[in-house]
Design a protein around this ligand. Structure first.
Ligand code: G1P
Length: 289
């Protein structure tokens, strides 16, 4: 069964970006001229996904509006001969089907994913967390889809982190089955370095078999008093096959100001129209006088 749906939880309050997020969803904060969420949805589209399920909360309407068409703006751009912009804007509105479900209380990532159950139906699906952007020629979700097609089962994207950073992530353990792929025995949510079974961390990319919903319905509150996706994945490890795949790509933690800044600089350096300006800024360290 092809992976065609992606669940993107966007209900969080974005406290690390206050005061900007007082009125704007953090997912709509731009890196250069695109909101952060654009990069994640683009990754999904390029990975063969054709429907996004946003798990939202109050105040997040701007996200679904962004992926809708804005006929008034399109007409305005057309009338003013701004054809290149018109093309860009209308493509965003036609990029993908979007469905939203509400997470009425923020009870954790596991709870957020469970909120998507009625829309996902019987399908297996991807989960993409918007706080991480991974840049690679083959998008990270596509790499996980390929691994899922090869091995079957659920597939969790992992990357190596320094031991002293394990407390920030779900950390997996398992046995190597092929290049960059482990058959997982389990995972631990945000362990201290001395308790971390490996240094393989999950930065928010998952392909999940539909059975995850049954596990999510059975877990109890875990770390931080929240319903953790990690605990449901742990349950799946003993009931079915779960793999961890070490993906290729450069990852930015855009949920933090530091990662956001790094992404902004790198993305500008990657663009023909902005590279020279960014190089000059980095060299001279100042703006125009
Ligand atoms: C969540 C997950 C964690 C994962 C992380 C990636 O934690 O619970 O396993 O490693 O996302 O960003 P959060 O950052 O939402 O606390």
């Amino acid at each position: 069964m092809k992976i065609k749906k992606a669940v993107i939880p966007v209900a969080g309050k974005g406290t690390r970006f206050l005061p900007a997020t007082k009125q704007i969803p953090k997912e709509m904060i731009p890196i250069l001229d695109r909101p952060m969420i654009h990069y994640c949805v683009e990754e999904a589209v390029l990975s063969g996904i054709d429907e996004i399920v946003f798990v939202t909360s109050t105040g997040k309407e701007a996200i679904e509006n962004y992926f809708d068409r804005n006929i008034e703006l399109e007409n305005f751009l057309e009338k003013n001969g701004k054809i290149e912009l018109l093309d860009k804007i209308s493509k965003i509105g036609q990029m993908i089907e979007v469905v939203t479900v509400r997470q009425k209380e923020q009870l954790g990532l596991g709870h957020a994913v469970l909120c998507a159950k009625s829309v996902v139906g019987q399908d297996d699906f991807a989960v993409i967390l918007g706080d991480d952007i991974v840049i690679n020629d083959i998008p990270v979700t596509k790499q996980l889809v390929d691994c899922h097609e090869k091995h079957g089962g659920s597939v969790i994207g992992v990357m190596q982190v320094p031991k002293n950073e394990t407390y920030r992530y779900g950390i997996v353990k398992g046995t190597t089955v092929s290049d960059r792929t482990l058959k997982m025995d389990g995972m631990v949510e945000k362990p201290k370095p001395e308790n971390a079974p490996t240094n393989l961390a999950t930065p928010g990319r998952y392909i999940l078999k539909n059975e995850i919903f049954s596990a999510l319905e059975r877990i109890e509150r875990g770390a931080g008093g929240e319903y953790q996706l990690t605990d449901a994945i742990n349950m799946l490890c003993s009931e079915s096959q779960v793999f961890a795949h070490e993906f290729h790509g450069k990852r930015y933690d855009t949920g933090s100001l530091e990662g956001y800044l790094r992404a902004t600089v790198d993305f500008a350096l990657a663009r023909d129209d902005l590279r020279a300006t960014m190089q000059e800024i980095l060299k001279n360290g100042k703006g125009h006088q």
